[in-house]
Design a protein. Structure first.
Length: 336
């Protein structure tokens, strides 16, 4: 498909930083899209590898902008600012679209002017593009309202399409929260009343490798907590949203603890569970059982094996259990 000369329906914004190994596949996956007009905008966020050279054969079919390194939030915001299209799709340079992605999501947004976002499923693939797992979040989260975003946070920009005026209305991505600036964006949008619908199909391949955001361990955990803190610190939150704060914080802390266990941070895993326990301290030792069950569920959803003995036999876990037993005993003696 030749690069569209007509006014584009969709702006595909690709932030790139040292992704010369993958970006050609990302570009090709856009060029193979049919059924709608589009523009491709690559924001090179100060790459020091051969990204610019890899893109030379495509320069007549995309807009290439190089800026000094400022992070993915600034790169995406730059793309939003210069896009001509009314609909925006983001594509990380190490991901790639599946056929029909743009046309299917654009069709929904064109037919539904009340919507600001169309979300979809994704396929997790390894560094070579081999399938790991199909992720279909609508099976667990059929409706995407503010409560669902807060509790489950099923955010993947490459699987989404946005109406540009909504992105501009909330000021785009906030660079204070890398690498969870995408979660912050969606929470801002939902709080302002932006509606989301599912396209119940897999539209993008999400590549897993050592440099991808979901392998950034502690920075990802800290960023997600910072986003949660920022959200609930806003003045004038609706009362029904404030009522969710305790349970949302608890669920977020437990998920972060699992994620830190998965990425190999045993001490921080138990530290986040201690914080979570403070929101459920009345439930006592049985909370530990629910954590193990939650870890097993998160692992299934992520498509990885969960070895319960590797968790419970660790020194950090055993110290956590002792801490809960002692703390529960103190609470019991104080209330008796």
């Amino acid at each position: 498909m030749e690069f569209a000369k007509a006014e584009p329906t969709v702006g595909v914004i690709i932030p790139a930083y040292n992704c010369d190994r993958y970006i050609a596949q990302a570009i090709e996956s856009v060029l193979q899209q049919e059924g709608c007009t589009y523009e491709i905008i690559v924001i090179d966020d100060g790459s020091t590898d051969s990204t610019e050279q890899v893109l030379k054969p495509y320069r007549d079919r995309l807009r290439y902008v190089k800026q000094k390194n400022q992070g993915v939030a600034a790169a995406r915001n730059h793309g939003i600012a210069i896009a001509q299209a009314n609909l925006i799709a983001f594509l990380d340079a190490d991901d790639y679209f599946l056929p029909g992605k743009l046309a299917s999501q654009a069709e929904i947004l064109i037919k539904r002017p009340d919507l600001g976002i169309v979300h979809s499923g994704w396929q997790r693939v390894d560094i070579e593009g081999n399938k790991l797992l199909d992720v279909c979040p609508w099976k667990q989260i059929p409706e995407l309202d503010l409560e669902s975003w807060l509790r489950w946070k099923p955010v993947l920009p490459s699987a989404m399409m946005f109406r540009r005026e909504w992105l501009q209305y909330v000021g785009g991505f906030d660079p204070r929260f890398p690498p969870a600036e995408d979660t912050n964006l969606v929470l801002k949008l939902a709080l302002k009343g932006c509606k989301t619908a599912w396209l119940r199909q897999i539209t993008v391949c999400y590549r897993q490798h050592g440099e991808s955001a979901m392998h950034k361990g502690l920075p990802q955990a800290r960023s997600l907590m910072a986003v949660t803190n920022d959200f609930f610190s806003q003045p004038n939150l609706p009362p029904e949203v404030k009522l969710m704060e305790q349970s949302v914080r608890y669920g977020t802390l437990v998920w972060i603890a699992w994620y830190l266990h998965y990425t190999g941070h045993p001490l921080e895993t138990t530290q986040y569970l201690q914080q979570a326990w403070s929101y459920r301290s009345n439930s006592g030792i049985e909370t530990i059982v629910t954590w193990i069950e939650s870890f097993a569920e998160f692992s299934r959803n992520w498509g990885v094996q969960f070895n319960v003995s590797s968790l419970t036999s660790s020194r950090e876990w055993q110290e956590l259990v002792q801490w809960i037993i002692q703390t529960t005993s103190k609470i019991g003696s104080q209330t008796s």
